[in-house]
Design a protein around this ligand. Sequence first.
Ligand code: ASP
Ligand code: MG
Length: 436
Amino acid sequence: MKVLKFGGTSVGSAERMKALVQLINDGEPKIVVLSAMSGTTNSLVEIGVALYAKEHQKANSLIDVLEKKYKDVITQLYSGAPALQKGRELLDSHFNYLRSFTMDLFTVNEERAILAQGELLSTALFHYYLEEIGVESVLLPALNFMRIDENEEPDLKYIEAHIKPELAKYAGKKLFITQGYICRNAFGEIDNLKRGGSDYTATIVGAAIQSDEIQIWTDIDGMHNNDPRIVDKTHPIAELSFDEAAELAYFGAKILHPTCILPAQTRNIPVRLLNTMQPEAKGTVITSKVSGDSIKAVAAKDGITAIKIKSGRMLLAYGFLRSVFEIFERYKTPIDMITTSEVAVSLTIDNTRHLEAIKKELQEFCSVEVDTDQTIVCIVGNFSAAKQGFALRVFESLKNIPIRMISYGGSENNISILVDGKLKKDTLVALNKGLF
Ligand code: ASP
Ligand code: MG
């Protein structure tokens, strides 16, 4: 059984939902994971913010605007009275639910319940549409099997144990529709896999049922070799390994949720990235196979903060890095890039929530310099240590760009460099010219 995930734009209008049927109705068994209609989760976030602030009037008017949008969708989606009636009842129940929070106590639990409404709506609306046009499908409630543990990590054992009996209830059925993004937490409360998490749902479900293939359908024809918003003439990469795809997703390729590679990689299930607007395009396939000794793609991640930590005590000493890292660990701040010399170490972070506190602790035993608005540019491919010439090609391309940090050899798939954020575009363009 395959798992196919469609993002917000792929279900973003009645027209797009109708077009989706052609992509899933081929009689092959499959689980279809849907995001909320595009824009919905953002609106729900705004509604949550207004409710937190007790701005009930504002919340109500945001709810009205969203409801109006959905009312238009159902009139465009359904043609017969019974489906329209079901659609109306569905909207009534979800929007009345949203309105009920303006009267009650509002906490983080209510906020998560609100965020879940987008995927509950899109999947039910689509399921009713299939019903109206006579395509048999089963609406599978993700809240019955998707679960995260105390560390907010997907609980694969639980998910596996619960999705299988859920599917077994419908022996002989082939088309299952379920919600991306939403789940329950260790306390059984409604929760989610964080923004963009529908991709993650698809790979977790794929892993749990040991699927043949996971397909992520978006509106671009696969992962590109460079950022198409910044550089002209980029092209989709036909094949990537799990490690290469994870590096690219983490360092800026927006097409895929970075954590979603792991479940597929753990169970060795191919992930195919495909384009709803151009279904015949080959897209990108991500597997365990490492192909070709080559530079495949570059991606950039903005808003990076670089910290240079210098201390005479580092010279010939051991334990120095441990004391540095311990501080970041205590403040739950992940480090992305790191380079060292004998007397100093430079590292980068993305999350600066605890920067001031970290700085203060570091300053107790070293000098600290902070540079904000930096960009990590990551060059991905297969650079085995035995092969020569990759670094030369990268740096030859960048001969006119001042570089703040370089990281090479951390893995066989990645060379990362740090540049001033203002130079991002120049860097991507120079690499495109020099490498591809
Ligand atoms: N609807 C959620 C979001 O907008 C999840 C997703 O689309 O992947 O973040
Ligand atoms: Mg997405």
